[in-house]
Design a protein around this ligand. Structure first.
Ligand code: INI
Length: 176
């Protein structure tokens, strides 16, 4: 269990999570919200929006980012290769769409979407006891909020300044 910190207290996060492959995306979501909570984010400062599949993530992520209600948006999904080129179309669109939304809105939008060849690969990356991409996405979101605030010269009320990761669980190392 990671050490509790208040490093991200007061920050607000939107999470967009795909229902497709819910057995996996549910675990990503759990690790993501657990990590945010461990870093001091209040439950009321987290809004979770569910979408049918990864393809729908970019539109909702962009809309959340433009709403001026979130310091960062975290995207969670699991795209697993099947027998058709469907996988490639979805992966291309979700990655391009998330990247484009972040550049357009200048709000950190984190790519926590698994793109794997097999179900086993996806399960390994959503395992609570191993490296979990949902927890890592939460860490990246906190770090990016801090990075953007520093670049903009804004007050940085986030106390830790270096995030380190252990099994996808956040640990903050205070450096000032
Ligand atoms: N959506 C996923 O999130 N993961 C997948 O693996 C997947 N596959 O394999 O089909 C998937 N398809 C649904 C897609 O994201 C859209 O929801 C659907 O096409 C409607 O637009």
């Amino acid at each position: 269990m990671a050490k509790q910190t208040r490093a991200a207290a007061g920050l607000r996060f939107g999470i967009v999570v795909a229902r497709f492959n819910q057995r996996i995306t549910g675990k990503l979501l759990r690790a993501c919200t657990d990590t945010l909570a461990q870093c001091g984010v209040a439950p009321n400062d987290i809004q979770v929006v569910r979408v049918p599949g990864a393809f729908e993530i970019p539109l909702v992520a962009r809309t959340m980012a433009r709403a001026n209600r979130f310091d960062a948006v975290i995207c969670l999904g699991a795209v697993i290769r099947g027998d058709t080129p469907h996988f490639d179309y979805i992966c291309e669109e979700v990655s391009r769409g998330i990247g484009q939304a972040a550049l357009e809105t200048e709000v950190p939008i984190i790519f926590g979407v698994l793109t794997t060849e097999t179900v086993a690969q996806a399960e390994a990356r959503a395992d609570q006891t191993q490296f979990n991409r949902g927890g890592a996405a939460a860490e990246s979101a906190i770090e990016m909020v801090k990075v953007m605030r520093r670049i903009r010269g804004e007050a940085d009320n986030v106390t830790g300044s270096n995030l380190t990761s252990q099994n996808g669980q956040a640990r903050l190392r205070r450096t000032r």
